[in-house]
Design a protein around this ligand. Structure first.
Ligand code: NAP
Length: 285
C-alpha cells in the first residue's frame, strides 16, 4: 500500500465529537453515509441537498483579485471534509454541477470528481452496489450559456449526462449538444427554474439530487424552495479577502429561507489540525 494511503486512512480513522442532538464520540467514516438521506425519499417526492465548506468568515471561494477566478481556498480544504463530500455523493441519484464548473475543470482550475475522473473509495462503491444504485450518479449540468467544453462530458458518457437550461438559451448551443447525443432539458422560462428542474429530474427517476454547484445554483434552488437539506463544514479560520463568494448569490430571498439544526459535530482534525464544525440543517417547513 502507498504511504499516502496509509496516512490518509489513519487520519480518517480519528473520531469526532457529536454536540447535537446526542452528545458523544462518533467515527468520521459513515457519518453522512446515506441511509438517512435515502429515507428522506419516503415521502414520495424528490429530495435535493447541498454541501459547502466555508471559512469562519463565510468564504466558500476566493479570487486573487478583481475578475480573477474564484477557487475554493486551500486553507479550508482537507481530506476529512472530502471524505464526507464523497459520502454525500455516494447516496445520490444525480449530482448538479454548473456550466462554469466544466469550464474551470477544462482549465484545471477546479477539482475533478470521481464521476468525471477517478473512482469512489471501495466502501462507497460497495454501498451503491448494495443499494441497487448505478455505479455513479447521473451528471446534470446547469447552464444558460451552454458554453462549455464537451470533452470531459464525452469521457463521462458511459453514465447518464443531462444538461438543464432555460427557454432563453440559444438554439445553436442546444443543437451542438444534440449532435453529441447529450440530452437537454428546458427547465424554466429564461433561466433554469429550481422547481421545473427538480420536476424534470424526478420524471427521469432522479429523485435524490446532490447539488455540488456554487452560489448561483444554490440561489436557484432556494428561490424555488427546493433545497431540503444543507451540509456545511465551517473551518475555524478567518480568511478575509476582497473578492470572494459566499454560499448563495442572487436577488434577496424574501421571505428569508429558514432552516433548523439537525446535527452538529466538532472535528479536531481539520486543515493543519484546525478545528472544524460539521453542521446538518433541514428546511423548516
Ligand atoms: N466551498 C465550497 O463548498 C464550494 C462549493 C461549490 C462551489 N464552490 C466554488 O464557488 C465558485 C463558483 O462555483 P460555481 O461556478 O459552481 O457557481 P454557480 O454560481 O452555482 O454557477 C454559476 C453558473 O451556473 C449556471 N447557472 C447558475 N444558475 C443558473 C440558472 N438559474 N439557470 C441557468 N444557469 C445557471 C451558469 O452557467 P453558464 O455560465 O454556463 O450559463 C452560471 O455561470 C467556484 O470557485 C467553486 O469552486 C465552492
Amino acid at each position: 500500500m502507498h504511504d499516502d494511503t496509509v496516512s490518509n486512512s489513519t487520519f480518517l480513522s480519528a473520531s469526532l465529537q457529536e454536540l447535537y442532538p446526542v452528545p458523544g464520540r462518533k467515527p468520521l467514516e459513515g457519518l453522512y453515509l446515506c441511509n438517512d438521506l435515502r429515507r428522506c425519499l419516503s415521502g414520495g417526492g424528490a429530495c435535493v441537498y447541498s454541501n459547502f465548506i466555508a471559512s469562519l468568515d463565510g468564504r466558500i471561494a476566493i479570487a486573487s483579485g478583481a475578475g480573477g477566478q474564484l477557487q475554493v481556498p486551500q486553507a479550508t480544504t482537507n481530506p476529512r471534509d472530502w471524505r464526507l463530500f464523497l459520502e454525500l455523493l455516494a447516496a445520490a441519484d444525480a449530482i448538479l454541477v454548473s456550466g462554469r464548473y466544466l469550464r474551470e475543470l477544462d482549465q484545471s482550475a477546479a477539482q475533478a470528481l470521481p464521476p468525471l475522473e477517478g473512482e469512489l473509495p471501495d466502501d462507497l462503491a460497495a454501498y451503491r452496489k448494495q443499494a441497487g444504485l448505478p455505479e455513479v450518479p447521473a451528471l446534470v449540468v446547469v447552464s444558460n450559456s451552454l458554453d462549455f467544453p464537451l470533452d470531459r462530458l464525452a469521457d463521462y458518457r458511459r453514465r447518464p449526462v443531462l444538461v438543464a437550461t432555460g427557454a432563453g438559451a440559444g438554439d445553436d448551443g442546444v443543437r451542438r449538444l444534440d449532435r453529441e447525443g447529450i440530452d437537454v432539458v428546458r427547465a424554466g422560462r429564461s433561466r433554469v427554474d429550481g422547481k421545473d428542474l427538480v420536476d424534470a429530474l424526478e420524471k427521469q427517476g432522479l429523485k435524490l439530487v446532490y447539488s455540488i454547484a456554487g452560489p448561483g445554483v444554490l440561489h436557484t434552488l432556494l428561490e424555488a424552495g427546493m433545497l431540503r437539506r444543507l451540509y456545511l463544514t465551517t473551518v475555524l479560520r478567518l480568511l478575509s479577502g476582497t473578492h470572494y463568494a459566499t454560499m448563495a448569490r442572487g436577488e434577496p430571498l424574501e421571505p428569508a429561507r429558514d432552516f433548523s439544526l439537525s446535527a452538529l459535530y466538532l472535528d479536531d482534525h481539520g486543515p493543519d489540525g484546525v478545528q472544524q464544525l460539521l453542521q446538518v440543517y433541514d428546511r423548516r417547513d
